[in-house]
Design a protein around this ligand. Structure first.
Ligand SMILES: C[S@@+](CC[C@H](N)C(=O)[O-])C[C@H]1O[C@@H](n2cnc3c(N)ncnc32)[C@H](O)[C@@H]1O
Length: 257
């Protein structure tokens, strides 16, 4: 199909990212260490479909990539030339059209996880998914200590990694501990940089924070600010401050050839 412009094939609504996606690219900068892991996972694919592509993070530069996303706000920030507005659940491509399909931090947004994974398998010989395990321990301190509301939200949105692996028939599951200076501002990125959570622009680039009402966010942020100013946060997390990376449950799953 012709994907030379921002084609719109079987568009699916993405109300969350059409609302919160503005400014995403500035905070969610692809991290080179995760990019290397994903590139390796793609196994030298020459043609790749990036499903839930957002602004194009982690797309291999040495492959032909088609970016797919239901949010026009996200596609507008994607620098690529081949963009298709569609949801994972109904991909407008032929069987086996790509060497590999990639889906990074997106499967938790799909309305039909199994349907979307089946679509990845139909259009590509290899499938690479990067996601987070909601039942993994330890939990990020920001959830336990300041935003316990997030726990239930995340458990509702994210499917346990073991279930995703089973649904996609993954043969490889690789843990990705989050480095202390991770550049991609997802919720866990700032585990050793607590002051970043005070920044509303940073919070807005994480769909969880972005969906919490101000009545929850403002008092929790005020409490964190006070704990940082008093040194209480640093006292409580002295051990964490000595760590270079922490396994918070992010996993790369690989299926297919
Ligand atoms: C957290 S962003 C990740 C974007 C990009 N993969 C990255 O790593 O930066 C999640 C993306 O999933 C997209 N999305 C939401 N529902 C989707 C669906 N049903 N199918 C495919 N993508 C979807 C959103 O529009 C958003 O761009």
């Amino acid at each position: 199909m012709n994907t030379s412009a921002s084609a719109s094939a079987s568009p699916a609504p993405s109300p969350v990212y059409d609302r919160i996606g503005v400014g995403y690219r500035r905070v969610r900068q692809a991290d080179p260490r995760l990019a290397a892991l994903i590139r390796e996972g793609l196994g030298g694919a020459r043609t790749v479909v990036n499903v839930g592509a957002g602004t194009g993070s982690y797309e291999p530069v040495d492959a032909e990539v088609v970016a797919v996303d239901p949010s026009q706000v996200m596609l507008d920030q994607h620098p690529g030339e081949r963009k298709v507005r569609a949801g994972a659940e109904e991909l407008p491509f032929g069987d086996g059209e790509f060497d590999a399909a990639m889906a990074v931090m997106t499967v938790h947004h799909w309305s039909g996880l199994r349907q979307g994974l089946a679509e990845l398998r139909r259009v590509a010989r290899r499938q690479v998914v990067f996601t987070w395990d909601p039942v993994h321990e330890p939990e990020l301190w920001v959830v336990g200590e300041y935003f316990p509301e997030i726990r239930a939200m995340e458990r509702e949105r994210f499917t346990p990694v073991s279930d995703v692996a089973e649904a996609m028939g993954a043969h490889t599951v690789v843990p990705f501990p989050i480095p202390h200076d991770f550049t991609d501002g997802l919720q866990t990125a700032y585990w050793r940089r607590p002051e970043m959570f005070l920044d509303p622009v940073v919070r807005a680039a994480s769909s969880t924070f972005a969906q919490l009402p101000d009545s929850v966010v403002e008092p929790a942020v005020a409490r964190l600010r006070a704990d940082l100013e008093s040194g209480e946060w640093h006292r409580r997390h002295a051990e964490l401050l000595t760590r270079e990376s922490v396994d918070y449950g992010y996993r790369l799953l690989i299926a297919g050839e």
